[in-house]
Ligand binder design. Structure first.
Ligand code: BES
Ligand code: MN
Ligand code: ZN
Length: 492
């Protein structure tokens, strides 16, 4: 879809989108359009008893002159409109136009000053529209729906500034779309090596990308990650993406993702029902990759590392067995009592590698780690575990601002004790209770006191409620959250 920003008044033809506040009161620049069409818009608003509530729209056909359609969108109480609401509104507009099979439309962006600067408002709307029109149709012989909305023009009093404001938002949307693509890919089309190749392609955008092979990981002593991979015919990879947009001396921020391209459970195999969803078990890695693309495309003034552990968890003839003991890169040994608790084994080695090599300012890992977090929080919040209150506060605020919400969960020594083992330094599962906390405690044993946050995104990385800005099975969750965190607090 082609997005443009033009001067305040649209051509008097085609499809025009305008806004109305509470009571159906037209925004000022829409009133001009109304008088030029002899009051047809206000008459339609009255006739339909359109009240201008949020998420309501009124479609007026052939109101006069060469106009084919005017669609009025309700804003509700404009005092309560935040940037996220404007993105949602932009998404709602795009969705409505798509369902009307409209190819091109002009949007008269006109909001009270208190909502935001005109260029920002136009850019937020455009961002929402961009996020909405995503479609994953690679494997469809025929396009079904979507794709027909090809051009949206946003009319504003400051088009040049709007174009500028949109650059960063567009970069983030690209990162979100990449994350969605990666999660949506079928598991036989995105093995660890394929994922690594997709990451390598991002070198074009100025990222430095390194890819470690199994023999390199073996030399580094990554027995935990390699143990997971050994049941699969597909080789694992560890990918390091680097964006150096900050000062040379700035400590990097580190983002680490679980990238299990398919999780059968291994020898502790999962039940058949719903197993297909486990193609999304690389949602953490997809988010990190999308984030790195977003940071590079908007040239963020920050140094950031994205590290993703890519493996396939399969029950092959060489698969690890329940009871196996593996040695992690940290030197700590792990009794693998359940091969389906594999994500934490992958993260253990990646977290250790990243802190040793890069001395990051903080580490944030994302992982579709436990079914238990879905039981606890559903699909509305990701679980947040952290040893750093400032990071918790900042992530929580970024969650509210982006709609990618997080909820803090506890970490304490009593939970940590539950993974002590008789035969090794620890075991990879605890009892039946507090499954998500136990997983986080396990990971914390590889954090070594570095400021750290762990996001358990098993409930949010795929198959959540569709929203105005996401209609895909894979929402690309976390890219906007972490981009916001970086932009608000860490750019020099
Ligand atoms: N990838 C799964 C967790 C998961 C479940 C993600 C549902 C998304 C939706 C993870 O590897 C796993 O299998 N966890 C086990 C841990 C258990 C064996 C301690 C689980 O949650 O059952
Ligand atoms: Mn598993
Ligand atoms: Zn898994």
């Amino acid at each position: 879809m082609n997005i443009t920003f033009l001067g305040p008044s649209p051509a008097r033809s085609g499809v025009i989108v305008v806004f109305a506040g509470q009571g159906g009161q037209l925004a000022p620049r829409a009133q001009g359009l109304d008088s030029r069409s002899s009051g047809a818009i206000t008459r339609a608003i009255k006739a339909a008893a359109f009240s201008g509530k949020r998420d309501q729209s009124l479609d007026i056909l052939a109101p006069g002159g060469k106009l084919s359609r005017v669609v009025v969108f309700g804003l509700g109480d404009t005092a309560k409109l935040h940037p996220l609401d404007l993105e949602m509104l932009g998404g709602g507009i795009a969705g409505t136009l798509q369902s009307m099979k409209i190819a091109e439309a002009a949007v008269v962006t006109d909001f009270p000053e208190a909502v935001g600067r005109p260029e920002q408002c136009a850019a937020w709307l455009a961002s929402g529209a961009r996020l909405r029109v995503y479609e994953f149709s690679r494997y469809k012989s025929r396009r079904t729906n979507g794709g027909q909305l090809t051009a949206l023009a946003f009319h504003t009093t400051s088009p040049a500034q709007a174009r500028k404001a949109f650059v960063a938002l567009d970069a983030v949307a690209e990162g979100v779309h990449l994350a969605r693509d990666l999660v949506n890919e079928p598991p036989n089309r995105l093995f660890p090596v394929d994922f690594a190749n997709r990451a390598r392609d991002l070198g074009r955008n100025g990222l430095k990308v390194e890819i470690l092979t199994p023999s390199q990981m073996h030399k580094l002593g990554m027995g935990a990650l390699l143990g997971v991979a050994q049941g699969s015919a597909q080789e694992p990879r560890l990918v390091i993406m680097r964006w150096n947009g900050g000062r040379r001396t700035d400590q990097p921020l580190a983002f680490i993702g679980k990238g299990v391209t398919f999780d059968t459970g291994g020898i502790s195999i999962k039940p058949a029902a719903g197993m297909e969803d486990m193609k999304g078990d690389m949602g953490g890695a997809a988010c990190v990759t999308g984030l790195m693309l977003a940071l590079a495309r908007r040239k963020a003034k920050v140094n950031a590392i994205g590290a993703i552990g890519l493996v396939e968890n399969m029950p092959g003839g060489n698969a690890q067995r329940p009871g196996d003991v593996v040695k992690s890169m940290s030197g700590q040994t792990i009794a693998v009592l359940n091969t389906d608790a594999e994500g934490r084994l992958v993260l253990a080695d990646v977290l250790w590698y990243v802190q040793r090599r890069f001395k990051p300012r903080f580490m944030i890992d994302l992982a579709t780690l436990t079914g238990a977090i879905v039981v606890a929080l559903g699909k509305e919040h990701a679980g947040l575990f952290s040893n750093d209150d400032e990071l918790v506060q900042r992530l929580s605020a970024a969650g509210l601002a982006t709609g990618e919400k997080v909820w803090r969960m506890p970490l304490t020594p009593e939970y940590d004790k539950l993974i002590d083992s008789d035969v090794a330094d620890m075991k990879n599962i605890g009892g039946r209770n507090a499954g998500s906390i136990i997983a986080a405690q396990f990971i914390q044993r590889f954090v070594n006191g570095v400021p750290w946050a762990h996001l358990d995104i098993a409930g949010t990385a795929f198959d959540g409620a569709r929203t105005a800005i996401n209609q895909s099975w894979a929402p690309g969750w976390g890219v906007r959250l972490l981009n916001r965190l970086v932009a608000e607090h860490y750019e020099s």
